[in-house]
Write a protein that binds this ligand. Structure first.
Ligand code: ADP
Ligand code: MG
Length: 473
């Protein structure tokens, strides 16, 4: 990949001068995050971490990621309507993974009882890295996030920051090439459409939020945009729903006297997000008529186990029989994925992983960063679990090897230094289905996150990756 901005990175004095210019612009733009020390107060806030300059992204791969997003939306939505596939795919995993088991129990419960929800809203983000091999660089999907896909708000404000930095460097032509990006607008459209189809003017959109709300500004963009459209928004924790939520005779979800049209999850994807009461709240919501984003089925579609099973021959065709081009576009983005289920195939996976662990990533069914296993540690873990059902809580994936490029990561209280970095490109997708009819399906923008190569894993929230913009090359 072409090295960019080499003149800037070679000059420590320019970097020092640029830093406050970039940070002040980020603050003015509202690229904000609450502080680690006081995560529930907006009295004093930090800028959200970001790169000093945009990172190079091959244009062809960016276009490819963009053009496959509607296919992924459709695929996720179709899988979410296939109980048999979900049951078969997750049956081994749920025996050993308590979190997946709990989610699946709720799924079964609502399936058996029968759904009253008729409007479905998906807000997802498909993440990719650029795999650099001898025969060229290709786009490979890391995962698809079907719950609480974040940073659509903040990233809508970062293009102006990099434009400004480039302008101050006299690079006006380059500045004009920074792509406009506004996922928060598209995400709001999706929520507003679902709210409208729910069909009750008084009903509200409820954001389900964590107790610790450091990334609140990312939510606020979407929230305020909804208010601008005269849609009332409330923010509640699962615990609040447990304490003060109920269903009426039509199974409308009521919380604090409000009828909830859309329940938008910005929490609920990790075991730590739930105690027993929170699980009850989740069940209550799933049983309700409210549009859950995501519903429990769609959350399950986002598991790494489903991702791995999709890579089997003919599985995509099963879900998109009418769309061979979409199948080809989707498959093109798949890296090698391998089952660790008990049996011959899983035994073979263990063998290839042990023989060359550097080529793989071992993934449990977890979201939120920091859970994957790399290199020699793969060997340690697999040696321990390889002969037991424990191993089925993981999948194995080919390790993507991007070409590092230089950038400066600006973090609150961080040191100014040039690092070797790699980027991950996310594409936001939104869809709405009313009964059987898809009424909205679109890509709504992108997110580029960049981190120093010394970190194998970890997102922006974990303080590892930072916000970025693609500079198409
Ligand atoms: P999570 O749900 O925790 O976000 P991911 O699958 O996105 O799980 O993995 C977390 C991080 O680990 C990614 O952001 C990426 O940096 C790294 N990673 C994941 N899969 C791979 C892979 N196949 N090759 C290289 N790095 C990977
Ligand atoms: Mg991820």
């Amino acid at each position: 990949m072409a090295a960019l901005w080499t003149d800037v990175f070679a000059d420590p004095q320019i970097l020092e001068e640029l830093r406050p210019i970039a940070i002040d612009k980020a603050l003015l733009q509202g690229v904000l995050m609450r502080t680690k020390d006081d995560p529930n107060s907006s009295e004093v806030v930090n800028f959200a971490p970001f790169t000093l300059l945009p990172s190079p992204v091959p244009k062809a791969l960016f276009d490819q990621a963009k053009s496959v997003q509607e296919d992924f939306n459709l695929l996720v939505d179709r899988i979410s309507q296939d109980p048999l596939f979900l049951e078969q795919t997750l049956s081994s995993t749920m025996k050993v993974d308590d979190f997946i088991k709990r989610l699946f129990e709720i799924y079964r419960h609502v399936q058996d009882e029968g759904l009253v929800q008729s409007v479905f809203l998906g807000i997802n983000r498909s993440d990719y890295m650029f795999d650099c091999r001898e025969n060229g660089t290709s786009l490979k999907q890391i995962e698809i996030n079907t719950i609480a896909a974040s940073f659509g708000g903040l990233t809508s404000r970062t293009p102006a920051v990099h434009q400004h930095v480039l302008n101050t460097l006299g690079k006006t032509e380059e500045a004009s090439k920074i792509l406009p990006n506004n996922p928060s607008f598209g995400i709001t459209n999706g929520i507003a459409k679902a709210w409208e189809l729910y069909g009750s003017e008084k009903a509200v959109v409820m954001f389900l939020v964590e107790t610790t709300q450091r990334n609140i500004f990312d939510h606020r963009y979407i929230e305020n945009e909804l208010w601008n459209r005269n849609i009332r928004v409330i923010r509640r924790r699962l615990r609040d729903v447990f304490e003060r939520g109920s269903l009426n005779a039509e199974r409308c979800l009521l919380v604090d006297g409000y009828e909830v049209a859309v329940a938008y999850f910005r929490t609920g994807y990790m075991p730590q997000d739930y105690n027993e009461q929170d699980w009850e709240a989740r069940l209550l919501m799933e049983r309700s008529k409210a549009v859950k984003c995501p519903d429990i089925a769609t959350q399950l579609v986002g598991t790494k186990k489903v991702q791995q099973e999709l890579s089997r021959p003919l599985t995509l065709e099963k879900f998109l029989p009418d769309q061979p081009e979409a199948v080809a576009r989707i498959r093109e983005t798949f890296a090698g994925l391998y089952t660790l289920d008990i049996g011959e195939e899983g035994d073979k996976t263990v063998k290839i992983a042990l023989s060359d662990p550097e080529q793989f990533v071992l993934k449990p069914q977890r979201e939120g960063g920091g859970n994957n296993i790399y290199g020699e540690e793969i060997r340690e873990v697999l040696e321990k679990v390889k002969d037991s059902v424990e191993r089925t809580s993981y999948i194995l994936m080919d390790k993507i090897k991007p070409q590092p490029v230089k950038n400066c990561l600006l973090k609150a209280n961080g040191r100014l230094q040039v690092s070797e970095c790699i980027s991950e490109l996310g594409m936001f997708g939104v869809y709405v289905r009313h009964g059987k009819e898809t009424v909205l399906n679109e890509g709504v923008g992108h997110l580029l996150r960049t981190k120093a190569t010394e970190h194998a894993d970890g997102g922006v929230a974990a303080g590892v990756a930072v916000l970025d913009n693609p500079y198409l090359v």
